[in-house]
Structure formats: C-alpha cells, structure tokens
Design a protein around this ligand. Structure first.
Ligand SMILES: [Zn+2]
Length: 70
C-alpha cells in the first residue's frame, strides 16, 4: 500500500496518508484544520518505513526528498 505525504495549503501542516490502492483518488482532508486544500508531495517513502516518529511528517523545514538518513 502506497503511503503519500500531503501538505495542507491552508495551514501548512504535512501529514502522511496511507492509500489502500494506488488508484484511490479522494479528497484528503487536513487532520489539523480539516481543509481539503491539500497537495501531494513527491516523496520516496519506500525506504523511510521503519523510521517513524521524529522527522518525516513532522519535519516541515526541509524538502521531503532530502529529509532522511541518507
Ligand atoms: Zn491544514
């Protein structure tokens, strides 16, 4: 199951969404402000699974692709 990182365009929060299928196209609401004005970020999460907790979703100060152990 693909995990996508989204960013809220209203409040700027980034969060991860687990999709049940690759083709799922639903309006993803921000968990913070409930806005559906969210955008999917380009991220390679395949290698980041297991590195839960700090970093990842809570890291809003750097680009998603450069935030990680490598
Ligand atoms: Zn929001």
């Amino acid at each position: 199951m693909p995990i996508y990182e989204f960013k809220c365009r209203k409040c700027g929060k980034t969060f991860d969404v687990l999709f049940r299928s690759r083709d799922e196209k639903v309006a993803v609401a921000c968990p913070e402000c409930k806005s559906t004005r969210t955008q999917r970020l380009m991220s390679a999460f395949a290698g980041k699974i297991g590195n839960t907790g700090a970093g990842g979703a809570s890291c809003g100060s750097c680009a998603a692709t450069s935030c990680g152990p490598t």
